[in-house]
Design a protein around this ligand. Structure first.
Ligand code: ADP
Ligand code: MG
Length: 540
């Protein structure tokens, strides 16, 4: 079923069909390209949505249910179709979840060439109005929010465990600001993955995890009273010095030269010892000689530590990152401890300073593909839980807000006139795509669902949504299917902006010659749709 869908989709928009599209106006052609892309991810919406297997141009395989990942892996170079990818990217950046929703709504909006700003603004106001206040200590709600965003993803199987970890992680980085507001600073939650064990063995760790080995086997791997030196420059002689041409007239000069180099490297180590560091994390390389001397001094050193890890450890142990050893003073050092995991693959770094902050969510799974999809699901959950905790607000899921907002928009449409009325009505109709596709993907009759949902909402049941597991129309908030206003509002914004943009861009493109535009940029190929054919063709 999914295979057929996947094989069927490229037909709509690919090179082979380009001929047939020639007769249509350029605008229609572009709108249909953008819509086709939107439709290609629709089948992943909701807990019963299908996964997609994507084969990248390098032959890597990605199995995912994540809208933005699918669109990013598809090699799309049609400019209007590209706008749809941008909807997903904006949604991912701004809200972390709701990418498929945003793209599906954008696709629907494109059925009508209207200007949607006003409708979107009104829709966001309605979303605010139906938002449910949640107590910031109501962990149960946050766990449900995490679980709702995980369902349908690889993370779902272990959603009890993972949702608890997500909530604990978000709480660990929550601070109350002076003005009484809550800040959930997710920059201090690092998600790391490790293959080998099951997802159920994932854990939340204080501090950082570094997936590296010591540079020398005689170095300690556990340091209880660690004084960390973080360096972002190589612990080597700089290139020009090392490669300098020396003309020697006498063999002693070579010896002198080597000794001079050794002295400089030795001084580097002495400097580190003088500072009092016993753990060195270097973002760049470390000279063999330096490694050797550090080991002799009983100092643990790790080289080529990722910038993001260096920055994270800095927060955990309260260190400064040093570029120039000579001018560094003792107070650049951070405090804490280091230990090795049982498989001798990772270092656990904990901080021991009052300012210490940062936790690591270590996700485990049997294979690379499993942990990658787990990570995408957990990242989405973290974002929505963080947003819900900081705003203290939530929404019922399962299409409930879409149906409620659509209904309110239809009423609102009566109060505006002309073109704007059409736009507001079209916007309301576009929102129906969410409950419709949730039902479709779950094999539930979508027309019946929509009729029932509308009836419930007309009777004032604002939280009535579809629970795809039971097929019932019910208060989805009570049922634990819980979304967030942040992601929902953002989806409305991203979708309407993209639709507006596509329609504007169509106007420009339709004035020129479509087939040469693509060639100019790509240096050949079958016009604007060419690259899309390649990318989509890779999907299986
Ligand atoms: P997105 O990329 O838009 O987040 P998802 O595939 O994650 O797409 O699906 C999100 C939608 O699925 C939301 O509308 C959410 O309310 C809905 N959903 C999640 N769980 C359920 C459920 N048990 N029943 C019905 N809808 C659900
Ligand atoms: Mg989601």
């Amino acid at each position: 079923m999914s295979q057929q869908q996947m094989q069927g989709q490229p037909m709509i928009i690919l090179g082979e069909d380009a001929q047939r599209m020639k007769d249509k106006s350029a605008q229609e052609h572009n709108i249909s390209a953008a819509r086709a892309v939107a439709e290609s991810v629709r089948s992943t919406l909701g807990p019963k949505g299908m996964d997609k297997m994507l084969v990248t141009s390098l032959g890597d395989i990605v199995v995912t249910n994540d809208g933005v990942t699918i669109l990013e892996e598809m090699d799309i170079d049609n400019p209007t179709a590209e706008m749809i990818v941008e909807v997903a990217e904006t949604q991912e950046d701004e809200a972390g979840d709701g990418t498929t929703t945003a793209v599906a709504i954008a696709g629907e909006l494109l059925k009508n060439a209207e200007e949607f700003d006003m409708a979107a603004k009104q829709a966001r106001e309605e979303v605010d109005d139906i938002t449910i206040d949640v107590d910031k200590d109501d962990d149960e709600v946050f766990r449900k929010i995490a679980q709702t965003s995980m369902t349908g993803k690889g993370a779902e199987q272990h959603k009890d465990k993972l949702s608890q970890l997500v909530v604990d992680a978000a709480k660990a980085v929550t601070v109350e600001a002076d003005d009484g507001s809550t800040i959930v600073d997710l920059a201090f939650v690092k998600v790391e993955t490790q293959t080998g064990k099951g997802a159920g063995e994932s854990e939340l760790l204080e501090g950082a995890v570094i997936d590296k080995d010591p540079v020398h086997e005689e170095m300690p791997t556990e340091v209880d009273d660690a004084r960390f030196l973080l360096v972002d420059e190589p612990l080597e002689l700089n290139e020009t010095e090392a490669d300098a041409q020396v003309s020697v007239t006498d063999p002693d000069q070579i010896q002198d030269f080597i000794e001079q180099e050794e002295r400089e490297l030795r001084e580097m180590v002495d400097r580190i010892v003088d500072l009092g560091a016993n753990v060195v994390l270097c973002q760049k390389g470390i000279d063999d000689m330096v490694q050797h001397y550090l080991a002799k001094e009983g100092i643990l050193a790790v080289k080529r530590v990722k910038l993001s890890d260096v920055e994270f450890v800095r927060e955990v142990v309260g260190a400064d990152v040093v570029s120039d050893l000579d001018s560094a003073t003792e107070d650049v050092l951070g405090r804490g401890s280091v230990r090795r995991d049982e498989n001798e693959e990772l270092f656990y770094v904990e901080g021991n300073v009052p300012s210490s902050h940062g936790v690591t969510l270590l996700l485990r799974g049997s294979t690379e593909h499993v942990v990658d999809e787990l990570e995408r699901g957990v990242e989405d959950s973290l974002d929505v839980v963080g947003s819900a905790m900081s705003t203290g607000s939530a929404l019922p899921g399962g299409g409930a807000p879409e149906v409620e907002v659509a209904q309110r928009l239809r009423e609102y449409a009566d109060s505006v006139s002309g073109r704007e009325q059409l736009a507001v009505e079209a916007f309301a109709d576009a929102l129906d795509v969410v409950p419709r596709v949730l039902a479709e993907n779950a094999g539930i009759d979508s027309i019946d669902t929509l009729v029932d949902l509308r009836a419930a909402h007309s009777e004032g049941e604002k939280r009535a949504g579809l629970n795809v597991f039971t097929g019932d129309i019910e208060d989805t908030f009570e049922a634990g299917v819980i979304d967030t206003p942040g992601a929902k509002s953002q989806a409305l914004t991203s979708a309407s902006e993209a639709a507006n943009l596509v329609l504007k861009i169509d106007d420009i493109i339709s004035a020129g010659d479509l087939s040469t535009e693509g060639e100019e940029e790509e240096g050949g190929g079958a016009g604007g749709m060419g690259g899309m054919g390649g990318g989509m063709g890779g999907m299986m």
